[in-house]
Ligand binder design. Sequence first.
Ligand code: CAP
Ligand code: MG
Length: 404
Amino acid sequence: MVNPRDAVVATYRLAGDFPLEESARVVAMEQSTGTWTPVEKRADSLEERLAAWVDGTDAAAGTARIAFPLEIFESDNLPGFLSIVAGNLFGLGSLRRARLLDLEFPDAFVRHYPGPAFGIAGVRKAVGTTSSGRPHGGTIVKPKVGLDPKGTAARAKEAALGGVDLIKDDETLTDQGFCPLDERARLVLEALDQAREETGKPCLYAVNLTASAADVLDRWDTVRQYGPNCVMIDFLTAGLDALVRLRNAVDVPIHVHRTMHGALTRAADFGIDMRAWVRLVRLCGGDQLHIGSASGKMDRPDDLPGLLSACRDGLHGLRPLFPVSSGGLHPASVPHEVAAFGSDVVLQAGGGIHGHPDGSVAGARAFMRAIDAAHAGRRLEDEDSPELRVALKEWGDETYAYQT
Ligand code: CAP
Ligand code: MG
């Protein structure tokens, strides 16, 4: 097995024209010093130092560990990193299955990356849940797009008055003409200050700064004048480099959305597993990350415990990532989610709060009461909460398919 001090190890699921061991060697060569045919080695070649190697295979699982010498990577170039561990191999005609499952980094690689500045403990401190340790409840302002800054702020204020810990922009809301970022950030943060005067409770606003790496920093400069307490980025569409740059610029928690992940994570035979992305987002400094839910509208993660471990294990002393469960959740989903995630989770409901028959304040109250009850091990049906009763009647107790 590789000496973990000096190599990045990528685990792949491989299958193709050749036996597993051979396919693994093909990938190791293609991603480091080789090509399809031998090339005469020059006397001054560095190939010995830079060649990747097969660090073990598991025939039963159909997986192979491929070790890449640290020297093959630049210390701070994530696009280059992905070109090596997640590059040509997916296009090789000899493979009919090539899926990157996981990544292991040596300390010498990790120390060039910032990791989460807040992590679970830091976000809990910001929200005031350090002592209770309860799950956080958040919402996404809905409609996804379709409100101007005033309308967004009004709906955000209602959710904050209902007691949520976090309000986020939706992943497609950035700085469009119908809802300019500058005015939206200012009005939402003002509205949350007003709500806090009434509730006495902090509420994070994850303002979506998704844009090119350069523009993300300009957008941080735009919003920082209003005293933001959280920011958000869609890390796949913006790029990991934009996440790192944002991490190195901001002094508030970073909420990381994973939109577009399905194009990479869902195909059984080809793709990049969410676990590899969790490791990279944690390295790059996200504080909370969507990883899928146990009962919502999105496709189930096939190894939720493995994702939770990647969020929280002692990865080189990096702070743990706060996992976010979201997508089609409503109050009756909460016990299912808490059973699967435990209490260190951010549960989010967009439609499951703003679609409440009695509006967003009632929807937020219902969702937060469901979190309190589930955290205390109480049955939702026994709660003395008119808002929760209405939500349970409206959406029932089962996970449900998309309601068109
Ligand atoms: C949820 C959501 C989130 C999804 C993302 C949406 O809204 O805002 O983007 O949770 O999926 O746009 O669907 P609802 P994932 O609560 O109204 O469904 O968390 O799997 O990355
Ligand atoms: Mg969304």
